[in-house]
Design a protein around this ligand. Structure first.
Ligand code: KG4
Ligand code: ZN
Length: 337
């Protein structure tokens, strides 16, 4: 690929695929100038999950304020930007539309180039916002683990991906959220289980590890059912929450580590990257570090969960490769990478 890594860019990213209204400015795909994330977690906690209609309405209410705030913090105007990048999918269609329409409005109004970015590619590029990214060597095995996805990719070079495997049922984060709910923990379940598990014994319960025969795919729905079955043996109010949380988390982590390690060996990866909300999980990071003898990298927590800096970082590589989208591009709620 004819890529000029030396080209300087300043790109504004917008991310509204789920329940975070996020705007960021990133330079050269590596340096965050500003990164604002307006989370809707509190709004959705009362429903125990993301309520799509509520999410898109909230995005509409706050998107222009968040864009203004990002530009003010960066001391920049729209004319100082090389490109507007926005998540075009996958995600909730009503939520995606708010970001894409705001981005189009800015780009058309100020005659700026626009790029629609795949949210999963954004998670892959969140690692390039960490220290030392100019030294990264390919191929890299990247595990994207979030509320909507559990995907293993072989990243062969910039913008060149091979999908190695994914979940056949629940995403890892979805399993964390569902188990969190059945343990009576606050939404989102992932961080709550991570915290609760600190005080638990992961060997108190032995939950199943679905090591599917077909290579690098994942399955988490059986595990969730096993936790449900186990928790029904206790009277309400007497659930051993820390032990159940630790046992469940250990089962998820074991499978994620085993498959990622297998992929890294199979493709002789130079490094393993973890991305997405679940990559903030402390047990996952620890076990991955212990199990692999190649570098294991993960973003800081603010860049694990949804953010717009990663969208701008991915856009940098498309922009310097000469890519531009027409102002007429559409959102794609089931886009794959
Ligand atoms: O990447 P993200 O913000 O949104 C999606 O694209 O889905 O990921 C959100 C998911 C939620 O399921 C949340 O429970 C999970 O990431 N999560 C965690 C942790 N922090 C967030 N799961 C496990 N441990 C954590 N520390
Ligand atoms: Zn995400």
């Amino acid at each position: 690929m004819a890529e000029n890594d030396g080209q300087l860019t300043r790109i504004l990213g917008i991310e509204t695929s789920c329940d975070e209204t996020a705007v960021a400015v990133v330079e050269n795909g590596t340096t965050i100038v500003t990164n604002i994330v307006a989370s809707q977690n509190e709004l959705h906690a009362q429903y125990g999950g993301v309520f799509p209609e509520v999410a898109s309405r909230r995005h509409i209410e706050v998107i222009y304020t968040v864009i203004d705030q990002a530009l003010q913090e960066a001391h920049l105007g729209v004319d100082d930007l090389d490109c507007i990048a926005v998540t075009k999918g996958p995600g909730l269609v009503g939520s995606l539309l708010v970001g894409v329409n705001a981005a189009k409005g800015m780009a058309i109004g100020r005659n700026k180039p626009i790029l629609g970015i795949n949210h999963l590619e954004g998670h892959v590029y969140s690692l390039w916002l960490t220290e030392g990214s100019s030294e990264f060597e390919f191929p890299i095995v990247t595990l994207v683990v979030s509320g909507g996805h559990t995907e293993l990719y072989l990243v062969k070079d910039h913008l060149q991906y091979e999908h190695l495997g994914g979940t056949i049922d629940d995403a890892a984060g979805e399993a964390f959220d569902k188990v969190g709910r059945l343990l009576g923990l606050p939404y989102p379940g992932g961080p709550a289980i991570d915290d609760a598990a600190q005080a638990g014994n992961e060997r108190a319960f032995r939950f199943p590890r679905a090591v599917l025969d077909d290579g690098l795919n994942f399955s988490f729905s059986g595990l969730k059912t096993a936790v449900l079955r186990e928790s029904k043996r206790f009277e309400s109010g007497r659930l051993p929450v820390p032990d159940l949380a630790a046992g469940f988390q250990a089962a998820v982590v074991d499978v994620l580590v085993a498959k990622t390690k297998a992929a890294a060996e199979m493709y002789e990866a130079k490094a393993v990257h973890l991305a997405g909300g679940v990559s903030a999980n402390r047990a996952l990071r620890r076990e991955m570090d212990l199990s692999l003898d190649i570098p294991v990298r993960y973003p800081p927590p603010i860049l694990c969960t949804d953010n717009a800096a990663m969208i701008a970082a991915a856009a940098h590589h498309r922009f310097i490769a000469g890519q531009r989208d027409p102002y007429s591009f559409d959102v794609l709620s089931s886009l794959q990478l």
